[in-house]
Design a protein around this ligand. Structure first.
Ligand SMILES: C[S@@+](CC[C@H](N)C(=O)[O-])C[C@H]1O[C@@H](n2cnc3c(N)ncnc32)[C@H](O)[C@@H]1O
Length: 451
């Protein structure tokens, strides 16, 4: 039976990866969402992780693979054969990666084509891949020295990053092509970081405490999250170090009333509640993302007031009680987290940047009046682009004389290391990969007491 043969030869993850690529490139769906759907019911966890690896590899290699397909396919495949086109794309990316034996990659692609019920294309898939192997040097040689091909990003994004970071753009692009570590946040209400590290060590997972992030642990051995002890009992959350550091900028105190204005999927909301006995109002415009906040808090036995609403129109949801702290973890280009979501580079379009900048400015301007005098607003993005970061805050400051830029968090007593990143004209920028953190921008603004 074809399905049986396919499963045995590794065709299934190849087909699944092609289905995800189809969803990303033809429907603009996020790879994580498509992976979740496509891998549902895929029993073996090694098949799931292989599918994920293949998808991520293709996202990083897309311009070169796409160019090869144009060279190798004398006639473009028909629209109905689009899935087979992506089976070929996944296989070319896998051949370039050279992790698996060539004959196995070709065989799996042919079987995946059969599994996709495109038997009429199996000979073509075989022939194209074998031709690639014969002509690889010439096919690749023509693109040498072209940044889009070399780094696997769209030109507009390379230009934007290079414009803002003329000395660092190559490192930023390279960091986006490296698989990130598994970084965890210890739930302080559940246990101490030392206890949590002991439990990991007993489970055979090598890990170390993060220096600048009091609740952070970075895993040194690859581990699936379900193998992490006490994950389902609320001992941990998966969260990058850069995201965790946002909490230190907030300087939470017990009894405070805190607004998390862009809360979904809830990582920082949960961290706030683990850190201090506060009252948290979490606003999120997307219902499904707000549901994720609720589910996450439930897993961790935490609670907050959850509001599905547009944070730029507080008149529609604010009860008039001012906040001691406001966190704006703004929607952004996500250019600091491309190593975790390599599809972002293809999903974001240059025209998105204007809309994002407008929302970020509205969030700052419209939420500022909700902050108590003496309170702190923290503006965070996972972007490396100046326009979304220090330029955005700079222009806010020009029209708000009652806002004062605050210093970065002080060094934890236990740490000797310097935090990653650097001060920019306003706030602090971490670039992706620095001390193995994701790229983040932070600015803390204090509201001066009224005159
Ligand atoms: C960077 S994510 C926030 C991540 C979240 N703070 C966490 O730590 O898990 C930005 C979120 O803002 C939401 N969002 C975008 N525009 C919004 C708006 N106008 N009002 C409220 N939420 C918004 C997005 O749906 C997205 O979930």
């Amino acid at each position: 039976m074809p399905t049986q043969t396919g499963a045995n030869t590794g065709a299934r993850p190849r087909l699944a990866a092609a289905e995800v690529a189809l969803a990303v490139f033809d429907s603009g769906q996020a790879a994580d969402v498509a992976l979740e759907r496509v891998c549902e019911g895929m029993g073996a966890s090694k098949d799931r992780s292989l599918t994920r690896r293949l998808v991520h590899g293709l996202m990083r290699d897309w311009p070169m693979v796409n160019a090869h397909l144009k060279d190798l396919l004398h006639t473009p495949l028909k629209p109905k054969d689009r899935l087979s086109f992506f089976i070929l794309a996944v296989a070319l990316s896998e051949l370039r990666d050279a992790r698996e034996p060539e004959h196995a990659v070709v065989h799996c692609a042919v079987e995946a084509t059969r599994l996709a019920k495109a038997q009429h294309l199996t000979k073509l898939v075989n022939a194209i891949l074998r031709r690639f192997l014969r002509e690889r040097e010439a096919l690749e040689g023509q693109w040498l020295g072209k940044p889009v091909m070399e780094w696997g990003y769209p030109k507009w994004l390379i230009d934007a990053i290079a414009n803002d970071w003329p000395d660092d753009w190559v490192d930023i692009l390279a960091a986006g092509n490296v698989s990130p570590p598994l970084t965890l946040r210890v739930n302080r209400r559940h246990w101490s970081r030392e206890q949590a590290l002991d439990a990991l060590s007993h489970a055979g997972i090598g890990a170390k405490a993060l220096e600048w992030v009091g609740d952070g642990v970075i895993c040194e051995t690859r581990a699936a999250i379900r193998d992490v002890p006490e994950f389902m009992d609320g001992g941990w959350s998966v969260q990058d170090a850069g995201a965790q550091w946002a909490l230190d900028w907030l300087q939470l105190e017990p009894g405070q009333r805190v607004l998390d204005a862009c809360a979904g999927p809830g990582g920082k909301a949960a961290h706030c509640l683990e850190r201090a006995d506060i009252t948290l109002v979490a606003v999120e415009s997307e219902a499904d993302r707000l549901a994720q906040v609720g589910a996450g808090l439930e897993r961790l036995s935490l609670s907050a007031e959850l509001i599905c609403g547009d944070a730029t129109t507080p008149d529609q949801w604010w009860d008039g009680q001012a906040f001691d702290r406001i966190l704006i973890d703004a929607p952004c280009s996500a250019t600091g987290v491309i190593r975790r979501h390599p599809d972002i580079r293809w999903l974001r379009q240059p025209q998105d940047m204007d809309a994002l900048a407008e929302t970020q400015a509205m969030l700052l301007n419209r939420l500022w009046p909700l902050l108590k005098p003496g309170g702190i607003l923290v503006y965070v993005t996972c972007s490396v682009l100046a326009r979304e970061n220090h330029q955005q805050v700079q222009s806010f400051l020009e029209s708000h004389v009652d806002a004062q830029v605050l210093e970065p968090p002080t060094q934890p007593a236990t740490s000797q290391a310097k935090p990653p990143g650097r001060a920019v004209s306003v706030g602090w920028q971490v670039l992706p990969g620095e001390q193995d953190w994701d790229g983040f921008y932070y600015a803390a603004l204090g509201r001066l007491p009224s005159a």
